[in-house]
Design a protein. Structure first.
Length: 218
């Protein structure tokens, strides 16, 4: 029997959500329009609880495995950028490793993170490219966030997004990405396509779990 969530999709604002699964009393909803999977907001962590989870992460530039992980986004992005391009690492966390990697390749970088680098002046500029790695799954209002980021791109600009795409409903309950309690929204390729179409951007998937959105030159 269909269950009415009374909720709207945080990615596309649709109100046609169906109950996908309840796991240890936590409800997850599936959007029929963009195919995002959403944790019911009643189960979201508080801001302090979220930060406690983030503070457990130990990501730093001296970790070659972490740098290889970030290179999944950095390499296809660098193929499209010219030295001196102005970029923003949005949601960079306590250690802005990706920003450092891109700066080493000749890019001019700004950083922003609501918890660790909360200077909002970085959000008032326009950029040749914006990166958003391991952030999208935490967003309580991805529709608003991605709309704003798209508006911050200069003509011809790029938005690089990295998050684990959700592909297998049968394995969702045991999926490592779902088990992180700070992850509240999960994206499929169809979700990325909806975002691109809605934001007027062109989409390329250059690698697993990586999306590059291109702002057409005007």
């Amino acid at each position: 029997m269909a269950v009415d969530s009374g909720l709207r999709c945080t990615v596309c604002r649709a109100d046609h959500l169906r109950l996908l699964e309840t796991i240890k009393e936590v409800r997850y909803w599936r959007c029929s329009r963009c195919e995002a999977t959403l944790m019911d907001p009643v189960h979201w962590l508080t801001a302090d609880q979220e930060k406690a989870v983030y503070d457990l992460h130990d990501n730093h530039a001296e970790d070659p495995g972490y740098c290889r992980f970030l290179a999944k986004l950095a390499n296809p992005l660098l193929e499209k950028l010219s030295p001196g391009a102005l970029g923003l690492d949005f949601g960079c966390g306590p250690g802005p490793v990706l920003a450092s990697m891109l700066a080493e390749q000749g890019m001019e970088m700004a950083i922003y993170d609501p918890l660790y680098f909360p200077d909002r002046s970085a959000l008032k500029a326009r950029y040749d490219f914006i990166t958003c790695t391991e952030v999208a799954e935490h967003l309580h209002d991805p529709f608003e966030t991605f709309t704003r980021l798209a508006q911050m791109l200069r003509p011809g600009g790029l938005l690089g997004l990295m998050t684990c795409f959700q592909t297998d409903d049968a394995r969702f309950a045991n999926w490592h990405y779902r088990r992180d309690p700070s992850h509240v929204v999960f994206y499929r390729e169809r979700t990325m396509s909806w975002l691109a179409q809605n934001l007027g951007l062109n989409l390329v998937i250059p690698a697993k779990d990586v999306a590059l959105f291109h702002q057409p030159a005007r």
